[in-house]
Design a protein around this ligand. Structure first.
Ligand code: NAP
Length: 414
């Protein structure tokens, strides 16, 4: 496909889909969006570390051909005010795998959010957030090493679809009248109204991905996190459909928590993943008190949103929490924090979130040796107390360095 501003690297090849797998050449083209605010600083630093790790792991036999694509302020400059050019979507569809820095949402630009637009247009239905602790990283809990959880948050429905009607508008009054007079609903006069759609299709494809991940990565449980005790036909239905997909499609490798006790006396049989569920409020408590009891969590959009940030805080905060938005194949990895505009071009912030999102991307294409090197080098660097400002202010005797110097230190430690 021909592009206007995007330059496809000549020394790389396309990742393709074969059957139900990705076929990754030795010089794959990976797309990146630099991002706004601190985006350029953390992208520059991370690109150097990813390249150095791939070189260290494969000695030149494998190499990424990076292809810049555009969104946000840089896109607006290049494409005459267009913050989200169509060819950015085309490139992600064609090249399948990419990574992005944080994006500012233009005020009055016609977008609710650039990030939400990317997720919706590409139907990136699973938001994946692995939460684990790295030695040396300051944490507010006593045993951050007990946290090793991957959250699968549904990304396309729930209250995020934006079906909302402001109090006092004719649309609101029309809906309120219908609900009261035809559906027998009761609620206060002048209430704002919102709709929360949760479907079998959306729930099942998310839980399917969560179970597949647990199987591939050796987690022993998948927990459905819901508020079904109150919202029976949305959150409760998510729980029901989650159990259904486990039974229908993974019946030979999963058991429910009830079966664990009724048939196996509480002793998990080898080769079986336990499917369980927890009500969202108790899940927050358990994530603090007994995180070691959880592996993969699957949640509707809003629960997953809250949980992702709360759990990230347990292991060192948003500055290093990675994430990805994934469809059946197309995957866009991303820094989970925003653009932190006050630090723009200061070469100051922690590149960890984008860096580890890149590690997820390397895992996604099967280059685990390279991502493993980065995890270990990051840990070593933090243990040497060479850190960016955010960690330095929480650590005694730390040497505070710039983003680029932190990248140098990690590369030294690869
Ligand atoms: P933010 O950019 O995430 O920044 C909030 C605070 O988090 C920063 O002031 C900083 O804390 C800390 N922080 C963020 N990134 C860090 C890093 N890499 N290293 C160390 N500390 C980091 O949130 P915001 O200020 O609410 O949002 C700013 C803009 O970002 C908005 O336009 C918003 O729409 C956008 N946004 C984009 C995304 C995305 O693209 N995925 C996500 C969220 C928000 P201290 O002040 O304590 O140093």
């Amino acid at each position: 496909m021909a592009y206007d501003k995007i330059v496809v690297p000549q020394d790389g090849q396309k990742i393709t889909i074969q059957g139900d797998k990705l076929k990754v050449p030795d010089h794959p083209i990976l797309a990146f969006i630099e991002g706004d605010g601190i985006g350029p600083d953390i992208t520059r630093a991370s690109l150097r570390i990813w390249d150095a790790a791939v070189q260290a792991a494969y000695g030149g036999q494998r190499k990424v051909a990076w292809m810049e694509i555009y969104a946000g302020e840089k896109a607006s400059r290049l494409y005459s005010g267009n913050y989200m050019p169509e060819e950015t979507f085309d490139a992600l569809r064609e090249f399948i795998v990419g990574i992005k820095g944080p994006l500012t949402t233009p005020i009055g630009g016609g977008f609710r959010s650039l990030n939400v637009t990317l997720r919706q247009v590409l139907d990136l239905y699973a938001c994946v957030r692995p939460i684990r602790w790295y030695q040396g990283v300051p944490s507010p809990v006593k045993h951050p090493e007990d946290v090793n959880i991957v959250i699968f948050r549904e990304n396309t429905e729930d209250v995020y679809v934006g079906i909302e009607y402001e109090a006092g508008t004719p649309e609101n009054e029309k809906l309120a009248k219908f609900l009261r007079e035809e559906m027998g609903a009761t609620f206060f006069e002048g209430a704002g109204l919102g709709v929360k759609p949760i479907s079998a299709f959306g729930s099942k494809r998310l839980v399917r991905k969560a179970i597949q991940h647990a199987l591939n990565e050796g987690f022993d449980s998948v927990t459905l996190v819901h508020k079904g005790n109150i919202q029976k036909f949305t959150e409760g239905a998510f729980r029901k459909w989650g159990y259904e997909v486990a039974k229908e499609e993974f019946g030979d490798v999963t058991i429910t928590e009830d079966e664990l006790w009724s048939q196996y006396n509480g002793k998990q049989p080898k080769g079986k993943i336990v499917i369980k569920d927890r009500i969202a409020d108790i899940m927050f408590q358990l994530a603090l008190l007994r995180p070691q009891e959880f592996g993969v969590l699957a949640a509707p959009n809003l629960n997953g949103d809250y949980l992702s940030d709360a759990l990230a805080a347990e292991v060192g905060g948003l500055g290093i929490a990675p994430g990805a938005n994934i469809a059946d194949f197309v995957a866009l990895f991303e820094a989970t924090h925003g653009t932190a505009p006050k630090y723009t071009n200061q070469d100051k912030v922690n590149p960890g979130s984008l860096l580890f999102s890149g590690c997820m991307m390397l895992d996604y294409i099967g280059w685990r040796e390279a991502s493993g090197l980065i995890h270990r080098a990051f840990e070593k660097t933090v243990l040497q107390k060479v850190v960016t400002y955010d960690f330095a202010r929480q650590m005694e005797g730390a040497t505070e360095v710039k983003t680029s110097e932190f990248a140098d230190a990690i590369i030294q430690n690869l």
